[in-house]
Design a protein around this ligand. Structure first.
Ligand code: ADP
Ligand code: MG
Length: 589
């Protein structure tokens, strides 16, 4: 199955598809490039004429005419080639723009969970680099490919026109070189190329995630674990690069030897042709072939490079199509509106793509409107996954999630997004003013509304110390906010959005002691009269919840309020005792 798909991948059709009406420009560019290739070969005929005149001692003034013709045609061919580049560049930019806008339009319809699953680094690489590779291919490699195809044909004519015997001998090394080259572009090579590119993508993805994860690494001391994945990706890349290179070694040596050995064959040809005595025509031809045969080298090298460029292109386009192939969240026709802000999970399960076991299995629970609940459990127990399922980052594999008695898959996405706010532990601010950062939650909010939200989120001390208040651009002129401060700004964002269901995932994890009290006060303000789900490391924050759900390995194992759970003497009590101990440790230290 998989193999069949790879073979059917028609990249030129896809390019035409992205190019739209600009595909005619690509065709025009190809035609002009062909003309340029032919023009560039004619001077070699002039050259033969010039040598002939010189060897035969004819009238030297004729040489001048041929020389001028050669010069003019060479320059002309260059200009014609530039015209071809012009056409293909315009088309290439259009294709790149179309690809990027189609990709982005697709990406915004994708379930938010895809960005966790695929890694944002990888998606960024596809949107930027893979489309750029396509642009380079169309702009430069398409005309080069035409030249690379036309030149050998023209060369054949030039080589066989004057002396077919020398022609054949000169072709021997070229043919061997060609065979070596084809073996470099065989089917196995495309696979190796894909694996090599995969390893590269994975390494750069891991690097992005690693750098981004440094705060987590430092806070929770996960050094060894995170190093492992990054290092594994580097090792893997090293392995594939070596493999790929080693596989190319033999054909590459053969290719380089052949195409550079053409001169040796001319000596041999000259020997054969002149062994029964030398005529002036023989001298003429041999001189001519000495000049022309290096062209074979140039032409073959071009063909080789255009083949490699094509492999890179196929790989890039496949990556783009892989993103285009991800199914967007289904948008229901019916315009159901949840009747209130209660949440019910009915026997839900979720399994991540390619995972061997469920991240969440058979969880059922009910959260009343306005109730404040907490999810606790060891790391990896499925807390974040459940929270993300409620916000419909992805759809459950099994079961049903109801908000206000309505299946969330039947609620229009916009209306669901308006109803649910999500604050993550690593909510990031974008590089724009504080005003615009907060306003993202409600684009038509006035400045007063934004200020009000910032006040409620306890951010005024941050705003006051900034040079231009809420108009200060974050990340510019050394304006950086601490993790806790950024956290408070993102809370202001949630305050402004004023969604009725609030999910806080490890939202206080990075707050320093100074910030923690403020962040907590901001949360209290934010959660007033809201349905609240909080996930927290710090047991002190979850103790006061109306109800606490304890998760372990994806299953719901206990639930109740703090007292009830402590009396049960189960997992909750164990987690709580561990937490208290760790606090004592810190105090003791
Ligand atoms: P928690 O928030 O309780 O630490 P998560 O919900 O993040 O737990 O993870 C639950 C399980 O799902 C874990 O086994 C984790 O390895 C797995 N998991 C989480 N995110 C992904 C993902 N993007 N792809 C595959 N598996 C994942
Ligand atoms: Mg989590």
């Amino acid at each position: 199955m998989e193999k069949e798909k790879t073979e059917k991948f028609d990249h030129m059709k896809l390019i035409n598809d992205y190019a739209g009406s600009y595909k005619n420009l690509i065709t025009l560019g190809k035609l002009i490039a062909a003309v340029s290739a032919v023009l560039s070969l004619i001077p070699f005929y002039d050259l033969w004429k010039i040598i002939k005149i010189a060897v035969n001692g004819e009238e030297l003034s004729k040489i001048k005419a041929y020389a001028w013709q050669a010069v003019i045609l060479t320059v002309l061919s260059l200009f014609v080639y530039i015209a071809a580049l012009f056409c293909t560049h315009i088309a290439a930019f259009r294709v790149q723009a179309n690809m990027r806008s189609r990709l982005m339009r697709r990406i915004i319809t994708l379930p938010l969970g895809v960005f966790d699953e695929e890694g944002t680094g990888k998606i960024r690489r596809i949107v930027n680099d893979s489309t750029a590779a396509t642009e380079t291919f169309i702009a430069h490699n398409v005309p080069d490919k035409v030249v690379a195809a036309v030149t050998p044909v023209g060369l054949m004519v030039l080589i066989f026109a004057f002396n077919w015997k020398i022609g054949i001998i000169c072709l021997i090394p070229a043919l061997i070189g060609f065979v070596c080259m084809m073996s470099m572009m065989g089917k196995g090579m495309q696979e190796k190329m894909t694996e090599y590119q995969n390893a590269l993508a994975e390494m750069s993805g891991e690097a992005t995630e690693y750098v981004r994860g440094i705060p987590v690494v430092k806070t929770f001391g996960q050094t060894v674990y995170s190093f492992k994945r990054f290092k594994a990706s580097i090792d893997n890349y090293g392995k594939w690069t070596t493999d790929y290179t080693l596989m190319l070694r033999k054909p590459m040596i053969g290719f380089m030897t052949c195409i550079n050995a053409i001169f040796a064959f001319i000596v041999f040809a000259a020997f054969l042709v002149t062994k029964d005595g030398t005529s002036q025509t023989d001298i003429l031809n041999i001189m001519y072939y000495i000049i022309v045969t290096p062209l074979i080298t140039v032409a073959l090298t071009k063909v080789a490079y255009s083949g490699e460029a094509e492999m890179t292109l196929v790989d890039a386009m496949k990556r783009v199509e892989s993103v285009m192939a991800i199914e967007p969240l289904s948008e229901s026709e019916s315009q159901n509106v949840p009747k209130d802000n209660s949440i019910e999970l009915k026997n839900i399960s979720y399994r991540y793509k390619d995972a061997t076991r469920d991240a969440v299995s058979n969880v059922s629970l009910k959260i009343k409107q306005g109730e404040h609940v907490a999810f606790v459990g060891p790391s990896g127990s499925g807390k974040t996954t459940i929270a993300e399922l409620i916000a419909r980052f992805f759809d459950v594999t099994d079961g049903e999630i109801l908000i206000g008695d309505t299946d969330i898959r039947k609620v229009p996405q916009k209306s669901l997004m308006d109803r649910v706010s999500f604050v993550f532990q690593d909510s990031r601010l974008i590089k724009t003013s504080i005003l615009d950062n907060v306003r993202m939650a409600k684009p038509d909010a006035s400045e007063e509304e934004v200020l009000e939200a910032l006040k409620k989120a306890q951010c005024m001390d941050i705003i006051d110390k900034l040079p231009e208040g809420i108009h200060t651009v974050i990340g510019e002129k050394g304006t950086y906010l601490s993790g806790g401060e950024q956290q408070r700004i993102t809370i202001a964002r949630a305050v402004l959005k004023d969604a009725q269901i609030l999910i806080l995932d490890e939202a206080t994890a990075f707050a320093d002691p100074d910030n923690e009290a403020k962040v907590q006060a901001a949360f209290d303000e934010l959660a007033k009269d809201k349905t609240l789900i909080m996930i927290a490391h710090r047991m002190s924050t979850v103790m006061n919840a109306d109800r606490i759900y304890v998760l372990d390995k994806g299953s719901l194992v206990e639930s109740g309020n703090h007292e009830e759970l402590m009396n049960q003497n189960g997992l909750y009590k164990k987690l709580f005792d561990e937490y208290t101990k760790s606090i004592e440790w810190k105090v003791g230290a």
